[in-house]
Design a protein around this ligand. Sequence first.
Ligand code: MSP
Length: 529
Amino acid sequence: MAKKRFYITTPIYYPSGNAHIGHAYCTTLCDVFARYKRMRHYECYFLTGTDEHGLKIEKKAKAEGVEPKEYVDTMVAKFRELWKAMEISNDDFIRTTDERHIECVQNVFTHMLNNDDIYLSKYEGWYCFQEESFWTDTQVGEDHLCPECHRPVQKATEEAYFFKTQKYLSGLMKYYETPNLIYPENRKTEMINTFIKPGLSDLCVSRTSFSWGVPIRENDKHVAYVWLDALFNYLSALGFGTSHDELYKKYWADEDSEIIHVIGNDITRFHTIYWPEFLMSLGVRLPDRVFVHGLIMMKDGKMSKSRGNVVSPFPLIERYGVDALRYYLVRDIIFGQDGTFTPEQYIDRINADLVNNLGNLLSRSVAMIVKYFDGVVPEFKSLCDKDRFLDSKVTLTIQNYENYLDDLHISEAFSEVMSLLNDTNKYIDDMAPWTLAKDDKNKVQLEAVMSHLAYVLFVGGKLLEPVLVNKSKEIFKQLGLSEKECDYDNILNNKILDNKKVFKGENLFPRLNVEEEVKYVASLMAQPK
Ligand code: MSP
């Protein structure tokens, strides 16, 4: 049975550099999902935030001659600014430096100690400063390189607390039997084969060699190690363990709420092995779904702040509008697979889908309704096979769209919408309204065609609304629909447009000159901001 409420989270981002389109990708996916659920009248709580502790941040701040808190404050402000510019509709923004979060992590640590899930020992291993991760001999290989960022790792030994991962292993394996828990499914197999079968090591959960972290109350030499600290953002933001835990009760503890984590495939291990084990230690319920998206790569490999091959979303928003960027991100990259960002694909996607397909359909339809019926949409009717074919296409598109989005197959969902719009443009060509208009005896058929165009535009605008947060409003405005009429519950009402007065507005998206714009986007890649 479908659940009534949704709690959806992004990973919390490291504010150790400026946000790039990789971060924007994950946040936009979640935003689209949250907007879609709200549009369908579900209660949805959407969380994002920043992961601000750790040696890397401490070092960065030092290099800039400021205190770590001052450093993160500046960086986090930029992340917030980006989410605002991208019209991200998060309900809260959690920072691991928030007092509410620090208290939560400290309480969790105390609980784990009391529950005998954590013990003090010595850590000896290969440490990667870049990734803030310890690795085993096998993982670093003969060259002693970090398996994630491929930088050299160093042997490190220090007193540390460890979490007993074996204690909850059978619980974890049982949890893995939950249907549709991890998507794509092969990520689960990868976790089992890479980390669990070879023998899961206990997890280091505290550090003593730096101080920028959540202080451990029981032992003041230690700060919580970054993953124990970071993962609990998902609960600290809901007031878990405090007297203000209404959100926790509503969105986490209540079985009627579906808990969904969206993450990049670089952090699957932490979310699908340690996180559920931590939760088992606390005796709280486990997330329902972990959606693992692929990474946006550049032609020269993974885009990352440290490599400096990043694309900033700001100039893209400035030049092409936020709707275009949002659309590109969710449409061009297939969920679960890595995608490559190229200027050609960016410009082509906007021109093909938003200018030629959607924009063109709106402008030609509205122009014809104005020309043939003084701007008044004729009553909806289906007369011929082509009308009826389009009707069934609309119903099928809506069904597929809902099914896809419920499973976060976002690119497929929007590809369905584009296919409907494409078929509708084809329907215009097939029906040739300009020919029908020449003979009065075809007037009723002409009315049917115009009524279909108006209705499809409403449906298309509505289905695209979670992505095209501004342009969808423009479509509804040109169709003469009020906000109330645009409710999703009206989506199957093909008479919603009857007798509405349309008006011809600006082109939805200006056509882009491929050569010029490809050059422009390429220049952004050469000089990352
Ligand atoms: N702070 C940790 C996550 C803690 S969650 C409890 C972290 N931060 S991160 O900023 O390095 O990356 C977080 C997420 O950003 C990735 O999992 C991914 O969702 C997104 N991306 C970062 N780079 C990306 C790309 N190049 N492409 C797509 N997404 C990317 O790991």
